[in-house]
Write a protein that binds this ligand. Sequence first.
Ligand code: HEC
Length: 160
Amino acid sequence: MLLAALGLAGLLVRARPAPADGPAPATSATASTSATASAGDADSATAAEATTVATTVSRGAGVFQKHCALCHGTDARGRGRAAQLYNPPPPDLTRGEHDDAYREAIIRKGGAALGRSSAMPAWNTQLAPDQMSDLLAFVRTLRTAPPPARDAATSHAASP
Ligand code: HEC
C-alpha cells in the first residue's frame, strides 16, 4: 500500500515539469486534502531517490579509497602512492579516455582480460555485488574532461 502510493507519487513527479529551482510551488488553497497529501508524498519520493543516489556514490567513494586509491590516487588522477611501480601507469580516471561500459569491463575483469596490463586487478571476485554497483556509480562521477576523440588525436596517438 505504501509502496504503491510512493510509486504513484513517483509517476506524478515525472509527469510534472521539474521546478526550475527551489521547492515546488505551494499547493493552491483550493486543492483538496488528498491532493495536498499526494504532492507531499511526491516530493518526499523525489528526495528519497536523490538521497539513494548520493548514498550509493558516497559508498562507492569509500570502496574506491579502500581498493583503488593506492594506484589511481585518492583523487583518481593516477598518482597513487604505488603508481610509480607500474608501466604503463594507472590512468587518470577523471579523464574520459574510455566509455563507462569499457571501464566497467576492465574493473570487473582486470587489465589482462582486455589485453592491458595485469597490474590492474580483476575486482569481480573481490567485491560484493552491491559494492561493485556503488563503485561503478562513483567511477561514473569522476570524469571531468570531455571524452575520447580529442584525447586520441593528441596524447594517445600511439595507442592501438
Ligand atoms: C595495483 C594497482 C591498481 C589497483 C589497486 C587498481 N588499478 Fe586500475 N589500473 C591499474 C593500471 C596499471 C592500469 C592501466 C593498465 C594498462 O594501461 O594496461 C589500470 C587501469 C584502470 C582502468 C582503465 C582506465 C582507462 O581509461 O584505460 C580503470 C577504469 C581502472 N583501472 C579502475 C580501477 C578501479 C575502480 C580500481 C579499484 C577497484 C582499480 N582500478 C584498482 C592499476 C591498478
